[in-house]
Design a protein around this ligand. Sequence first.
Ligand code: PMP
Length: 779
Amino acid sequence: MPHTEIRLFDRNLPNVDVEEAANLARTHFAVDGDLHALGGERDQNFRLDAGDSSYVFKISNAEDGEDVVGFQVEALQHVKARDRSLPVPELHADRSGRYMPRVTTESGDSHILRLVSYLPGVPVDEAPATLRTWREIGALMGRLNLALGSFYHPAARANDHPWDTANCLRFQPLTEHIADKSERALVNSVFDRFREHTKPRLDATRHQIIHQDAHCGNVLVDANDPERITGLIDFGDMLHGPVVADLAIIPDRTERSDDNLLDVICHAAIGFDATFPLQETEVDLLFDVICARYALGATIVAARNALHVDGPRHMESSEPFITPLDQLVSIGSATCTRAVRRACRFPAMLSGADEEALLDKRRQYLGKNATHFYARPMHFERASGPFLYSTDGNRYLDCYNNVPQVGHCNPHVVKAIARQAAALNTNTRYLYSSILEYAERLTDKLAPHLDACVFVNSGSEANDIAWQMARIMTGRSGGLLMEDAYHGITGPIREFSPGHPDTKLPDHLQGLIVPDPYRGKYRDDTPDIASRYAADADRAIADLARAGHETAAFMIDSALCSSGVPETPDGYLREVEKRVHAVGGLMICDEVQSGFGRMGQWWGHELHGLTADFVTMGKPVGNGHPLGVIVTRSEILERFTEKTGLFSTFGGNTVACAAGNAVLDVIERDELIENGRVVGEYFREQLRELSKTHALIGNVRGNGMLTGLEFVSDRDTRTPATEETARLLELMRQRHVLVGNEGRDGNILKLRPSLVFTHEHVDLFIDALDGTLGDLKAD
Ligand code: PMP
């Protein structure tokens, strides 16, 4: 578009002399005083001092009609009505109550007049701004956006003017007027990137009416206290545009500031975000929009000067735009965006990060034994539903992690956590209803005798408290567990977590042999296999008694996850329970793995027909938010608290309960347990189908969304394919599927995808496994 068609490019400033202006002010607004010319890009402005009052008397550009000026007038009125304390000019009516009388000046042109209050202070670029000043300016613009969010005016789009950052590309042909070749190339590179990258993304961000002109010359601060903002002026560049463009103007013309440009940008963003939360895409576009604004400014000034646009020069040179543009480009998009993200506490996105450096730091601060999955740890930056997204841009299907039971970053859970965290996060010593609602909902899902809850922070803690309760309730000290169980990390519970059958247990604990009909002591062809395995409980109870420890409780993971999810023989666990109860012991059903629908019904212990004295919960309870629960009989809780008292600072705080309630909402509303049952069955069917072509698959078992997949190198001898399984994990990762292995020989995959898994996700997994098993065969 030729520049002559761009509205207001040629400025055409009104040219009324002081005497005539004074006359107009007197005649129309009944204000008599001294007039001094002020600057202005498109309007003619005078400071008007009359007695104790000071005003700005504005003679609008003849190109601006009632629509455009009315837009400004109504916007100011709206802003004042929304947020009285915003330091924006107050409008004064003329003698007949009008805010924008039209006059014909001596030159014969027709102009609209306005009288507004004169705001005190000095422009930021004339004061020693501090980082706090930039935050205050950001906060001011955030508040203004908040106020303008509920405003619209039909002329918003008619106020077309050169300084519309989102439309900067129409100025690219005028870059020919930038005399310096390298400056011209720099500006053109910004416009090119804006066209290819920024504009399509910017168009999809939030738009509303924005001020678009909060550069250093238009923000006023107290000369004695530059951290106090006294005014925001010049509403002439308002338009309907992207919110981030308003923030992008704050670092404009900061060349006189001593502050580091990146600091200015970060602190302006912090302030803005505090009053008008930024969106992630806006933060990621900020660098490019600031660059575009600088490029636009440089082009307009260079072109106006070269084309000798009439009237006094708007700006002498484009240097105030070129200098910071140069600086910003050398800072670079990645550094700038990372800094703003960190400043506003958006998650770090470290695409292209130096992972060696991260690993070194990890070893330094987390210890060299801090374990990680895979030879080289995965580096993820976001997740959604069943997928994780790595910093190198790949998408991984998560079949390992059973914490995000209702899908990674489930939006309902995320919002519940955020909303509660924004309102109140405090502990169980105060009265609040959500903990009671949550306790009621949880206990309603369990047998009627399980009617009291204790809230803690992890599965380990839940097991620890349940174990303490069992000891106090029974007055005994002996515990039964699976010989390769895992129940957590607290001192007493670590003892309940031998992990391997050969681990020596302390005297007060006895491990039961794993009831594994596929590769255990008694196999699927053994008659009365359940009783044979259960008989080991008699041995264990007797051994405990011999060591001076009567049985207080049997702690059992209803999924037997650390044993490789064996298909426990029908009735086995009930037979053990009978023996435990017969000697006066209690049942601690650890549902950290098996709870919340994992096994196709709410609780794993119910699948086995057990009557729990304690149900302990962790992992999926908060879908990732730390929350552990013990549900027990109220008489047990009462007895325990009489003896010990009980308080956990974080356990069951308001935010944890919001997470817990939201997880229940999603499971119920989306019928995820039913989904898990159907998709889980399909999953195992497909695996069995695959076993027809891949002899490595020895056994497929499970319930709901919990599947054990056991690899053997020889189906007859059921020899564990330990090495192949280890290679398979890595190869599956290369095919972008995450799995984990289990069992004493490490040859079992425990597959625990989230309950939002669909048939398509199963198919993705099966394709990857098919390919991987093919690769292993070919090796
Ligand atoms: N019980 C079982 C069955 C578990 O699998 C785990 C964790 N893997 C725990 C308890 C311990 O939970 P947390 O890590 O939350 O302490």
